[in-house]
Write a protein that binds this ligand. Structure first.
Ligand code: GLN
Length: 199
């Protein structure tokens, strides 16, 4: 049977993810209630603003149910703010900032600094023949990864060269950049395949 993939829809660039998943022929649904979460085989956590997203997820009574599903092994894919939401540890978060956790990584919020807070670049991505064109918007980078985490892509040039910007740990994935923007669906395809495998 086809998988249903939810997009957490309390804040952020929800529509872009839904469009991308639709284009891949997946049943994509927005998630604002626990009943919607229950119907999902996997969850995308979009870009946006991680502190606001965490607070709204609490307001919508979704925070603990998502945590619970992640602990049970639900596949999840976070982009930008979504990567922060999935990280076990944050640097430069706000004092009270909560994350869902699950990914054994430390992320640094707004890591690229204010001067270059938005930029684009081509990245070699593990398993892809051609580079991914990555769009970064006030993005985090991955400061450190645990032993079970694979680095899928790194910044190639400039002061941030070598910084990890895409990771995978089992059926959890995250990117610092926004693969939902632009026409390249390969990163989403990777997640869709993870969700099918996990079912
Ligand atoms: N800087 C944002 C945060 O800390 C993330 C930006 C984004 O998702 N484009 O949540």
């Amino acid at each position: 049977m086809n998988s249903t993939i939810g997009v957490l829809a309390v804040q952020g660039d929800v529509r872009e993810h839904v469009r991308m998943l639709d284009g891949l022929g997946v049943r994509a649904t927005t998630v604002r209630r626990t009943a919607e979460l229950d119907a999902c085989d996997g969850l995308v956590i979009p870009g946006g603003e991680s502190t606001t997203m965490a607070k709204l997820a609490r307001t919508f009574d979704l925070f603990e149910p998502i945590r619970h599903r992640l602990k049970e092994g639900m596949p999840a894919f976070g982009t930008c703010a979504g990567m922060i939401m999935l990280a076990d540890r944050i640097e430069d978060g706000t004092a009270d900032q909560e994350t869902l956790g699950g990914l054994d990584i430390t992320v640094r919020r707004n890591a690229f600094g204010r001067q270059v807070d938005s930029f684009e670049g081509d990245l070699v991505f593990a398993g892809f023949d051609d580079p991914v064109h990555a769009i970064f918007i006030r993005a985090p980078w991955v400061e450190a990864i645990g032993p079970g985490v694979e680095a899928l892509a790194r910044v190639e040039r400039g002061e941030a060269a070598g910084r990890i910007v895409a990771v995978r740990q089992g059926s959890l994935m995250a990117t610092s950049f926004h693969p939902e923007v632009g026409g390249d669906s390969r990163v989403h395809r990777l997640f869709v395949d993870l969700v099918s495998e996990a079912k």
